[in-house]
Design a protein around this ligand. Structure first.
Ligand code: SAH
Ligand code: SF4
Ligand code: F3S
Length: 445
C-alpha cells in the first residue's frame, strides 16, 4: 500500500522541545500520506530541525546540509527543509538560502502548522518557500504527533521563555511564555495512557512559570502536577526544565507528596559566583540556590539532583570559577551538563567585554568535568547491592541480551533480561555501579 508513498527523513538537534516538535512534524507528514524513510538517501523530503543554543550546534547543521548537495543534484525533486530555532534568528533564513542554495524550504518555530501548505507550494510552483513569523501565534491544539517511544511521551505544557538570561538565545527564537490550558494537557495525557504510555515528560523552558500568563484563573505548576497525578494508569511524571528562582515551597511539597512525580530535580545553576549569576541575570544568589537544595533534600530523602553549568562566561575570573567548583562539591550533583560559554549574536552577553580565551575555557571545563566524574562515581558506588525500580526502555544498543531503563531518579540501569519486560517497571539489584551507569540483575520476586 505504501510502495508509492513519499518518504520523509527528519534529523533533530537540540533539546526535548525540538524532539517534540519533530514528532509533530512527523505527525503532520503522516497525515499528508508520507511515510518514514529508513535511510536519508531514500527520502523525498529531508528536514533538519535545528538548534542554535551554542555555535557548535549551528556549525553541525551547515556541514550536514552541505553534504546533501550531491543527493539534490541526483534528484532535483528532493525537498530539503530547515526549520527550528536556528531559522528563527534574524536574517538566518536568507543566510542559509545564500550559502546552501539547495535548501528549498525554511520555516521558523512558530510556523510548524504551515508545513502542508509550504510543501504544496513547492510542488506546485517549484520555487523555494520561506516562512518565519517574528511573533508567536495562538497555541495550536489541533496538530497530530508521531511518538518515538510507545511507553514514554513528551507533553508540552508551555512554550517560550521570559527570563532573558544574558547568554541565552532561546527567548529570541521561542517567543514569550504561553501556557496550555490544564484541561487540554490532562486530556492529552489521558489519551496517551490509554495508548499504553506509562511515563510522561512535561516540557517547558521554565515549567515553574506555568500558568503565570492565565488571565482568567490562578493555576500554577504545582496545581497542574496534582491534577496529572490523579490520572489512573500513569506511572511516572517528569518535567524539564525548572528554574531555581521560581521553585516554590508549594511545589517542593507537592512533589514530595506525590507517588508519580519523579524525585529527580534538574536545577541548572549555571555558575557558583554571585557576581557572575548577576551578570547572567539568573535572579538568584548562590546562597538562595543552596538553600533550595537543602529544602528539597529535607522533603525528598531520595532526591537525585542534576544541573547545567556554563564555564567562561564573559568576565569569569579564576576566583569566580573556583566558586563554581566549590558549589559543585557542596551540592554533590548526581551528574552535570557542562558547557563552554558560546557567544550568541543578539544576546546582551555577546557585547560584554572581557571574553575569556578559548584555551582557558577548555581548561576550566576539564577541571569541572573531572570533579563531577569523581562525585558521580562516588554517589553511584553507594548504590551497590541496593534494589532500584527501573522502567525498562529497550534493549541495549551494544548487546541485545541486555535491557536498559531508568530509575525514578533518572539513573540509567543495564541488566540482562527478556525484551518482554520493555515498558514495565521491574526491581533490579545493582551489582556493578559505574560513573555513568548502574549495572545490575533482575530481582526475583
Ligand atoms: N530553559 C532551560 C535551558 C535551555 S538551554 C533552563 O533555563 O534551564 C540548556 C542549557 O544550555 C542551559 O541551561 C545552559 O547551561 C546552556 N546554554 C544556554 N545558552 C548557552 C550559551 N550561550 N553558551 C553555552 N551554554 C549555553
Ligand atoms: Fe535560556 Fe534562561 Fe530561558 Fe533557560 S531560563 S531558556 S537559560 S533564557
Ligand atoms: Fe536549542 Fe531551541 Fe532547544 S535553541 S536548546 S532547540 S529551544
Amino acid at each position: 500500500m505504501t510502495d508509492n508513498a513519499k518518504k520523509y527523513y527528519i534529523t533533530t538537534f537540540g533539546c526535548q522541545m525540538n524532539e517534540k516538535d519533530s514528532e509533530v512534524l512527523a505527525g503532520i507528514l503522516r497525515k499528508m500520506g508520507y511515510v518514514a524513510a529508513s535511510k536519508i538517501e531514500e527520502a523525498d523530503l529531508i528536514l533538519f530541525n535545528t538548534c542554535c543554543v551554542r555555535e557548535k550546534a549551528e556549525n553541525k547543521v551547515f556541514s550536514y546540509i552541505g553534504e546533501l548537495r550531491d543527493l539534490k543534484s541526483q534528484n532535483p525533486d528532493l525537498i530539503i527543509g530547515v526549520c527550528g530555532c536556528m531559522v528563527q534568528q534574524k536574517g538566518m533564513a536568507k543566510k542559509i538560502r545564500k550559502s546552501l542554495p539547495h535548501v528549498d524550504l525554511l520555516f521558523g518555530t512558530h510556523n510548524t502548522h504551515e508545513l502542508p501548505d509550504l510543501i504544496e507550494n513547492i510542488l506546485a510552483s517549484r520555487t523555494p518557500q520561506i516562512s518565519v513569523w517574528d511573533t508567536e501565534g495562538a497555541i495550536r491544539e489541533d496538530l497530530p504527533a508521531e511518538r518515538e517511544n510507545p511507553y514514554k511521551a513528551l507533553v508540552n505544557i508551555m512554550y517560550g521563555c521570559n527570563n532573558f538570561c544574558t547568554y541565552c538565545i532561546v527567548p529570541y527564537v521561542r517567543g514569550r511564555e504561553r501556557s496550555r490550558n490544564p484541561e487540554h494537557i490532562v486530556k492529552e495525557i489521558e489519551e496517551l495512557v490509554n495508548d499504553g504510555v506509562v511515563e510522561i515528560m512535561l516540557l517547558g523552558q521554565n515549567v515553574n512559570s506555568y500558568g503565570k500568563d492565565f488571565q482568567d484563573r490562578t493555576f500554577d505548576f504545582a496545581d497542574l502536577l496534582r491534577e496529572i497525578d490523579k490520572i489512573q494508569g500513569l506511572k511516572r511524571i517528569r518535567y524539564m526544565t525548572s528554574h531555581p528562582r521560581d521553585f516554590t515551597d508549594k511545589l517542593i511539597k507537592t512533589i514530595a507528596q506525590s507517588d508519580k512525580v519523579s524525585k529527580h530535580f534538574h536545577l541548572p545553576v549555571q555558575a557558583g559566583s554571585n557576581r557572575i549569576l548577576e551578570k547572567m541575570n539568573r535572579g538568584y544568589t548562590r546562597e538562595q540556590y543552596l538553600n533550595l537544595i537543602t529544602k528539597i533534600r529535607e522533603h525528598n530523602q531520595d532526591a537525585t539532583i542534576t544541573t547545567d553549568i556554563i564555564v567562561g562566561f564573559p568576565g569569569e575570573t579564576e576566583e569566580d570559577f573556583k566558586e563554581t567548583l566549590d558549589l559543585m562539591a557542596e551540592v554533590r550533583y548526581d551528574s552535570a551538563f557542562t558547557f563552554i560559554y558560546s557567544t550568541r549574536t543578539g544576546t546582551p552577553a555577546a557585547k560584554f567585554k572581557e571574553q575569556v580565551p578559548m584555551a582557558e575555557k577548555k581548561a576550566r571545563l576539564q577541571r569541572l568535568m573531572d570533579l563531577q566524574n569523581d562525585i558521580s562515581k562516588e554517589i553511584n558506588e553507594s548504590y551497590l547491592n541496593k534494589v532500584v525500580e527501573v522502567l525498562v526502555e529497550g534493549t541495549s544498543k551494544t548487546n541485545s541480551d541486555m535491557l536498559t531503563g531508568k530509575t525514578d531518579g533518572n539513573k540509567t540501569v543495564i541488566f540482562p533480561g527478556s525484551d518482554l519486560l520493555i515498558g514495565k517497571i521491574v526491581s533490579v539489584k545493582i551489582t556493578e555501579p559505574q560513573t555513568w551507569i548502574l549495572k545490575g540483575e533482575l530481582e526475583e520476586k
